[in-house]
Design a binder for this molecule. Structure first.
Ligand SMILES: Cc1cc2nc3c(=O)[nH]c(=O)nc-3n(C[C@H](O)[C@H](O)[C@H](O)COP(=O)(O)OP(=O)(O)OC[C@H]3O[C@@H](n4cnc5c(N)ncnc54)[C@H](O)[C@@H]3O)c2cc1C
Length: 457
């Protein structure tokens, strides 16, 4: 790198790049393992897509009646409920949460574990000595600095560090098309009791006015489709606004709904392209204006609704995926594959938000759906977070080594928590005992430690 940077004298055992869904948890887990940890985060709060892209609720990952993600993810949910920012619905689903509350919970957990965090700091590039990363060059208001550590965790979601270190990466489907991005927002000032009554009377069953969930996708037999069709005919909505529409209640925010939309224009699908990301913000805000008008006019209870939150980050579902020591495939998922080095169990299905339209939930193969037996699950091996060509780097989260289809299944937040927790423990051990070499970590012992912390492996 030819630009001048200053190398800080301090040194950490583990630096986590990106304090998002996987990264915040990785930082907490590594610090609880005794490592000196620094989390470097581009935004001003932890949680990533789960906070700054406002992605709520956690998708359920249950098999045989049990949550497959436990350990730190359960601790986070319990803390959210203590604050009134998490809730369990009448059906026993404990995944409802308020993204703003999650920021506070993660601050507390990271601080209590003894880790440090550097906000408003972008990792620019890794520096390498052969196959070892020696430091990360970061940029913030202090200029360019190099930060040293023994082990690094790339939890940027985009594999920024891995790609910079020369790890082979893949992205998108066979045509290079990534999953659609979305700019999430909320509407506040909603009369949820009236809206609930309307939805129940119009083919969208609801548990209660506190736990609303409703949706519309063209040609999926949604009872709301005729309303969308009328809104398009009247010029309130564009056709593409009905490609995916979904809304949820948010605990701790009465009268407010979180929308898992709008989808961004299909030609803007690469979340690693800064120009596309910028255009996506504007495209998303324009769509939010249309969707707000639609709700005010067509959904009883929303007449006085107003935009509460526009997520600071565009929601990015998939960009780079590393080439790891193992690549998880859709065959592994549908075969309910087990691995000796498992670090996480998953039951969430293949869920592709395609820019070609619609959403693909892959439930079956040749008419059979063994993966959807209520007690089915597959495993994610440690090797999926170990990138090729670098010795002291782990990559948990949505950039873990997987095919396009498999990534769409394992990317949900609680799996990112579980991968992050495993990565944090392993990174701390690699820093003390193995000169940073993450492949030398004894995965059997790691599995015992994950279980001791309440996890399921
Ligand atoms: C629109 C949308 C809807 C979704 N719906 C659901 C859902 O309902 N439920 C569910 O469970 N999952 C859902 N998901 C999936 C899930 O939220 C994500 O896959 C998951 O949160 C990704 O976690 P991560 O840790 O890999 O990345 P992130 O949580 O995105 O974390 C990456 C972090 O790294 C930081 N960062 C990035 N680059 C740098 C850099 N160079 N330097 C410093 N910091 C950097 C970012 O600011 C961010 O904080 C959805 C995703 C999207 C986008």
């Amino acid at each position: 790198m030819s630009l001048p940077y200053r190398t800080l004298e301090r040194r950490w055992d583990v630096i986590v790049a990106g304090g998002g869904t996987a990264g915040a948890v990785a930082g907490i887990a590594a610090a609880r393992t005794g490592a000196r940890v620094l989390v470097v985060e581009a935004q001003g709060s932890l949680g990533g897509t789960g906070t700054n892209a406002w992605v709520t609720p956690l998708m359920r990952n249950v098999s045989g009646g049990q949550n497959l993600n436990r350990g730190l993810t359960e601790e986070i949910k319990a803390r959210l409920r203590e604050r009134g920012d998490g809730a369990i619905d009448p059906g026993g689903n404990d995944n409802w949460f308020n993204p703003e509350g999650l920021k506070f919970v993660l601050d507390d957990l990271l601080h209590e574990a003894g880790a440090e965090v550097l906000f408003h700091t972008q990792v620019v590039a890794p520096l390498l000595d052969k196959e070892q990363i020696t430091s990360l060059v970061v940029h913030n208001k202090g200029g360019l600095q190099a930060l040293n550590a023994s082990v690094f965790i790339d939890a940027t979601g985009d594999a920024d560090i891995a790609a910079g270190a020369g790890v082979p990466c893949h992205g998108g489907d066979e045509q290079g098309l990534h999953q659609a991005m979305s700019l999430r927002f909320t509407l506040a000032g909603v009369d949820t009791a009236r809206l609930c009554a309307f939805l129940k009377a119009h083919g969208q069953p609801q548990a209660s006015a506190e736990f609303l969930h409703f949706w519309m996708v063209w040609d999926r037999n949604s009872s709301l489709e005729p309303l969308f069709r009328r809104a398009v005919e009247q010029g309130v909505l564009l056709e593409r606004d009905g490609d995916y529409f979904q809304a949820f209640s948010v605990p701790g925010r009465p009268g407010e709904l979180s929308f898992n939309c709008p989808r961004i224009r299909p030609d803007l699908h690469d979340g690693t392209d800064p120009w596309q990301l910028s255009e996506a913000q504007v495209d998303g805000r324009q769509a939010i204006t249309r969707l707000t008008a639609f709700c005010q006019v067509f959904l009883p209870g929303c007449e006085d609704a107003f935009v509460g939150v526009v997520a600071p980050m565009v929601g990015v579902r998939e960009t780079r995926r590393i080439q790891g020591d193992y690549t998880l495939s859709v065959t592994d998922i549908l075969d309910c594959a087990r691995f000796e080095d498992s670090i996480c169990r998953n039951h969430y299905p293949v869920d592709i938000h395609s820019v070609k339209g619609g959403a693909k939930l892959l439930h079956e193969r040749e008419g059979q759906a063994p993966y959807f037996a209520p007690d089915a699950w597959h495993e994610i091996p440690y090797r999926c977070i170990v990138p090729q060509g670098v010795q002291n780097l782990l990559v948990p989260g949505r950039a873990a080594s997987s095919t396009f289809e498999a990534q769409s299944s394992i990317r949900v937040q609680q799996n990112c928590h579980s991968m992050g927790e495993a990565a944090g423990i392993a990174a701390a051990w690699a820093a003390y005992d193995h000169h940073g070499r993450v492949r030398d970590v004894n995965v059997r012992v790691l599995q015992d430690e994950i279980r001791r912390r309440g996890g399921v492996v």
